[in-house]
Ligand binder design. Structure first.
Ligand SMILES: Cc1cc2nc3c(=O)[nH]c(=O)nc-3n(C[C@H](O)[C@H](O)[C@H](O)COP(=O)(O)O)c2cc1C
Length: 424
């Protein structure tokens, strides 16, 4: 029978591997945050999902024979052919460290996402340690998929990219991370200070991989610098560019609005597909962004964490109640139910507990604000189990009814959902 899921977790299959022994020891001797690094399958010994499927015979897409330098016209043509073959996805899950992992991607896909990025993987660590590969899992339904790496060495990046190429539709280079760890590690947005290095990273992948290379960037304070940067990436072989419309210094997404004007200029200056990122709180924002910038699709990050159903048109109370005149009604979907769906996906596709903990905090955030004592229980729980987490949702339901997600009232029916929000 064909395995239902792919995984690079080879070491877990080997019961007597040294890595497994080391990991088992950490269960008893390490502090809570390290326990959270364990896969959620460890305590239950559910390893049936951790199978390695033989990579597909042929790579899913090809930009010509590796090693060949193609003309810009040919590359642009192939970039569009590839994008069209993927169905030109508009609704895209942005890369999020510890948060855009397989179960979350699948949950978002069920509620309207048409493509997704993995969390950023560190190319050097990915090539050096098998253990690190537990950060990347995928399965057949998990497509179209961008696998994102940070890197500052072309050969290391290529080595890492080759490992994941059979399982994805793009290998993406993170050129946007503005965090201190990226400054220390010399990657992400700090490569904006070394554009020749960026060029060499893109060229290396474009000329040696059969899977297209994409990049995710931030903008420069000066528009012309941004346009020169984007053109350089396209010329180097980038097949798709995602533009986060904030500068490296504009770290706080709540404080700084993304500059859709700059994204529009990039879109108009390039010939390859361009995606936008920033300012998306609801599905109407996605449509507005596409109309205003002309991009192919839109990435969302923070909003999806609280509301994984945003691409299906659902809004949290925060974004619905302020707009009562537009007529938002209970959409018949509850944040607690979404959390349960997510947990079930985690049982099927194991991930480290720290990712699950993070999602539960975000998805149940509205409930926790009303019942902080339940959040305290979660914080106090050093070793998580699914039983505990399902119990947490039950407890919140008993305490506070529902926390519904809202949808725009249908003009023709004007019908309220039969379910009632007990908190309002
Ligand atoms: C928890 C979290 C983790 C993130 N990790 C990554 C990452 O691994 N790679 C990346 O390029 N951007 C990362 N980002 C940035 C997002 O992809 C996105 O560019 C940013 O949040 C702006 O989009 P938004 O306004 O929809 O949140 C992360 C953002 C969040 C909130």
């Amino acid at each position: 029978m064909k395995p239902s899921s792919l995984s690079l977790l080879k070491f877990l299959r080997t019961r007597d591997s040294p890595l497994l022994r080391i990991r088992t020891m950490t269960i008893t001797s390490n502090p809570p945050q390290v326990r959270d690094d364990l896969l959620c399958s460890d305590q239950q010994q559910q390893q049936s999902d951790l199978q390695i499927e033989k990579p597909p015979e042929a790579a899913p897409a090809s930009l010509g024979a590796p090693g060949r330098v193609l003309s810009i016209d040919t590359r642009v043509e192939q970039a569009w052919a590839h994008w069209k073959k993927l169905g030109r996805p508009k609704y895209i899950v942005a890369p999020m460290v510890d948060n855009s992992e397989l179960p979350f991607r699948l949950l978002c896909q069920k509620y309207g996402a048409q493509a997704a990025y993995t969390p950023m993987l560190h190319s050097r660590i990915f090539t050096e340690t098998d253990n690190r590969n537990k950060e990347f899992t995928t399965c057949e339904e998990d497509r179209p998929l961008f696998v994102q790496f940070c890197a500052n060495d072309p050969d290391t990046l290529l080595e890492a990219a080759k490992k994941v190429a059979p399982y994805c539709d793009y290998v993406d280079i993170n050129l946007g991370c503005p965090q201190r760890i990226a400054r220390r590690g010399n990657y992400g947005a700090f490569l904006m200070d070394n554009l020749p290095l960026v060029k060499s990273l893109v060229e290396k992948l474009a000329q040696n991989l059969t899977v297209p290379v994409s990049c995710k960037i931030r903008i420069f304070p000066n528009l012309q610098d941004t346009l020169n940067y984007a053109k350089m990436l396209e010329d180097a072989g980038c097949s798709l560019l995602a533009v986060h419309g904030r500068t490296r210094d504009e770290k706080d997404g709540k404080k700084f609005r993304a500059d859709w004007g700059a994204i529009k200029e990039v879109r108009n200056a390039l010939r390859i597909p361009v995606l936008a990122n920033g300012n998306v709180r609801c599905i109407e924002d996605v449509e507005d962004c596409i109309k205003e910038t002309g991009v192919e699709g839109v990435l969302s990050a923070e909003t999806l964490l609280e509301n994984p159903a945003v691409f299906a048109g659902f809004r949290t109370a925060e974004w619905a109640k302020d707009n009562d005149e537009e007529g938002y009604v209970d959409g018949g979907l509850d944040q607690g139910d979404l959390a349960v769906e997510y947990l079930k996906l985690c049982e099927k596709h194991p991930v480290p507990w720290r990712m699950i903990r993070s999602h539960v905090h975000k998805m149940l955030g509205d409930w926790f604000r009303v019942h902080p004592q339940v959040r305290e229980q979660l914080n106090a729980q050093n070793i998580l189990t699914f039983e505990f987490l399902y119990g947490l949702v039950d407890q919140l339901k008993e305490l506070g009814g529902r926390v519904p997600l809202y949808k725009k009232r249908k003009i023709d029916t004007l019908q309220e959902s039969p379910q009632k929000d007990l908190e309002s």
